[in-house]
Design a protein around this ligand. Structure first.
Ligand code: KG4
Ligand code: ZN
Length: 363
């Protein structure tokens, strides 16, 4: 346990450079604990991976190598800061693609060493989890978090910074994966989530009835693998020359099924925890139909729901710089001058704890 963290504005000023390279977005930002975000830049690799229908890890790593330093320069220019004027450099330590993580970690370590700055590895999912707080500084713990990304679907009780109790998670595919795989079956491009949402907008409700796995289960877990199989069956029934309207109807049914389960379980988590604040994070949090349903479910419960701005739902630099800043300010993490490469491609959020993060000695 630790004492309640002072608000960022009261604690000593910290300016942190954040480097995010866990998957297919190179995100860079400088966050200032007093003045907020001073600069940010993002390069998305969507065009690079589109022809392959998914992220090709080796291509992702190579592209991060090409992008990181120019983006760092751009962001420091926006912030009107020299590297050595910063207080720390933070990078995404995991979870994510090993090669992609290594690029961010390596560059962060090299920059920190060159400028004699402390270095800190950040948990990617804590970054997502805190991104709504970045946009709304008055928002505070405790809250229930619905974390819905391409690789994770979790409900968490966030009691305080670093203390995240898992309430439920997917037993197979993540919600984003369900969007992406269903989109692929419908012949849509990568990334599938936004494409499927776009097609669903012209789809009619109720034409297809898809399963809502675990909707009424006692637990707060999710399962989306069966839904993908059901979509596959419908796609096969429709055949190669399925009319556009039928594909749109099926896209709408898929989106309805996924978002129904997410909203119902999030509401159940609020009821069970007794908390009245829901925070939504991760790429699927950009889905507008999901937002409509969560708004309605929370209104019915007298709860408030908070989303990050759309550009911070998916991977980005600000969430890494901000998470690092919060941890450093609260004394929950020590930035290190060890400069060893340190990534953790598989990293459970509950392992994070509210103690100092592993990795090197304190400075
Ligand atoms: O958080 P994120 O950028 O990356 C991970 O850490 O996984 O999430 C990416 C996921 C992808 O599966 C993508 O299809 C999904 O978020 N996504 C959406 C939407 N925008 C992104 N899914 C549904 N509707 C959207 N509008
Ligand atoms: Zn992510």
């Amino acid at each position: 346990m630790y004492d309640a963290a002072p608000s960022l504005a009261e604690a000593p000023r910290l300016r942190v450079l954040g480097i995010e390279t866990s998957c297919d977005e190179t995100g860079i930002a400088v966050y200032d604990s007093r003045d907020g975000l001073l600069g940010q830049a993002l390069h998305s690799q969507i065009a690079l991976h589109r022809d392959y229908g998914g992220v090709v890890p080796e291509l992702a790593s190579r592209d991060h190598i090409a992008r990181v330093l120019p983006l760092v320069d751009e962001v420091l220019g926006q912030a009107r800061l020299e590297l050595r004027e910063l207080d720390a450099i933070a990078y995404t330590r995991g979870p994510g693609l090993a090669g992609a993580l290594l690029v961010g970690a390596g560059v962060a370590a090299a920059l920190a060493m060159a400028a004699d700055l402390p270095l800190l590895g950040v948990h990617h999912l804590e970054g997502h989890l805190l991104s709504p707080l970045l946009a709304q500084p008055e928002l505070d713990f405790p809250f229930v978090a619905l974390l819905v990304s391409g690789g994770h679907t979790m409900l968490l009780q966030a009691s305080e910074l670093g203390r995240y109790e898992l309430l439920g998670e997917t037993v197979d595919d993540a919600a984003g994966e369900a969007f992406d795989k269903s989109a692929k079956l419908l012949g849509l491009g990568y990334p599938g989530g936004p494409e499927l949402a776009r097609l669903a907008a012209s789809g009619r409700a109720g034409v297809f009835d898809l399963p809502r796995p675990k909707l009424h289960s006692e637990d707060l877990d999710f399962s989306f693998a069966g839904l993908k199989t059901a979509v596959l069956t419908r796609v096969r029934q429709l055949g190669e020359d399925a009319p556009g309207q039928a594909r749109a109807d099926l896209a709408a049914a898929t989106q309805e099924a996924i978002t129904d389960v997410l909203a119902a379980k999030a509401a159940a988590a609020l009821r069970r925890s007794g908390l009245r604040t829901l925070v939504v994070a991760g790429g699927v949090g950009a889905n507008l139909r999901l937002r409509e349903k969560l708004d309605a479910a929370c209104a019915a419960l007298g709860a408030r729901v908070h989303y990050p701005p759309l550009q911070w739902c998916t991977d980005n630099g600000p969430m890494i710089a901000y998470a690092a800043c919060r941890r450093l300010q609260a004394g929950l993490a020590r930035a290190s001058r060890d400069y060893a490469f340190d990534i953790q491609p598989r990293w459970d959020l509950s392992e994070l704890g509210a103690g100092p993060a592993p990795g090197g000695t304190s400075d």
